[in-house]
Design a protein around this ligand. Structure first.
Ligand SMILES: NC(=O)c1ccc[n+]([C@@H]2O[C@H](COP(=O)([O-])OP(=O)(O)OC[C@H]3O[C@@H](n4cnc5c(N)ncnc54)[C@H](OP(=O)(O)O)[C@@H]3O)[C@@H](O)[C@H]2O)c1
Length: 253
């Protein structure tokens, strides 16, 4: 099995790489931190996998397309996981993302996912085989007051993935959209405040890997928080706004 993972240098991406690493598996690790990617690659190799490292910023569509074309020609990609992500939001002094911060979030989280999926879709269609996994967030389900631009970027990933899944149904391509809640990583450490139903990274990685292996179309982890947020999204906006406003977080850059 040949896999590509963006944001593989740490956190969920690195943990997923280690969960898939096994003899007969080739893993393409994409990120910007060469030393961290080399360490993840070494752990995957120790488990019997072969690896490739791509030092690419997912915001650079041309570089992503070039790398993926090269990798796919050498070893056709079976599973592509769009995981790279950044966060942002309201800081302690009340500062919000502004347009520059919002652009960084949308370009990395949403366009970055598209930069992985789009070059591979025609190649997978040609083979009538392949799987795409998109890491969204439960924050996609209901805009939250302390990180509206992050929520928008992840809602974009959810909508894009749902659309792709329906579009590619007859082409032999599986599209999975995974919506995780809180789990402990460098990204999560940017936030202080209550994090209901937070999971350890290892538990989250096990569940995400299982969802991707099973080719689940849409997966909320943990499902109870997903259900709560979906119900919140159905409420009339004044009531929904009041309830979502009970959960406040502060972002530290
Ligand atoms: N942690 C949570 O509570 C949580 C909750 C819901 C959803 N998620 C989502 O889960 C995914 C993984 O997050 P995480 O918590 O594991 O975060 P993390 O530990 O901060 O890892 C993020 C990864 O993304 C990479 N990355 C960021 N910007 C990039 C860019 N422009 N180009 C290439 N790679 C880039 C980072 O690599 P380099 O910086 O080395 O390039 C790193 O490998 C993200 O999409 C995140 O939004 C996280």
């Amino acid at each position: 099995m040949n896999i590509v993972i963006t944001g593989a240098s740490r956190g969920l991406g690195a943990a997923l790489a280690e969960r898939f690493a096994a003899p007969g598996c080739d893993i393409g690790l994409i990120g910007r931190d060469a030393a961290a990617l080399a360490a993840v690659a070494a752990r995957c190799v120790a488990q019997g996998a072969t690896t490739r490292v791509g030092l690419v910023d997912v915001r650079d569509g041309a570089a992503m397309a070039g790398l993926l074309g090269e990798w796919d020609a050498a070893k056709p990609i079976d599973l592509a996981i769009a995981n790279a992500g950044v966060t942002g939001g309201r800081q302690a002094d009340g500062t919000m993302d502004g347009i520059a911060g919002a652009r960084r979030l949308v370009e990395t989280n949403l366009l970055g996912a598209m930069h992985l999926a789009e070059p591979l879709i025609p190649l997978m269609q040609g083979r009538r085989r392949g799987a795409i996994g998109l890491i969204s967030s439960l924050a996609a389900l209901r805009g939250m007051p302390d990180h509206p631009a992050y929520c928008a970027s992840k809602a974009g990933v959810l909508a894009y993935g749902e659309g792709l899944r329906a579009a590619l149904r007859g082409d032999g391509i599986t599209v999975s959209v995974v919506l995780p809640g809180y789990f402990d990583t460098a990204l999560d450490a940017h936030w202080t405040g209550a994090k209901p139903l937070a999971l350890p990274l290892a538990v989250m990685a096990d569940r995400v890997a299982a969802a991707l292996r099973a080719g689940r179309g849409r997966c909320f982890i943990p499902w109870r928080l997903g259900l709560l947020l979906r119900l919140l999204a159905l409420l009339p906006s004044p009531l929904g706004d009041r309830l979502i406003g009970l959960q406040r977080l502060t972002y530290r850059p």
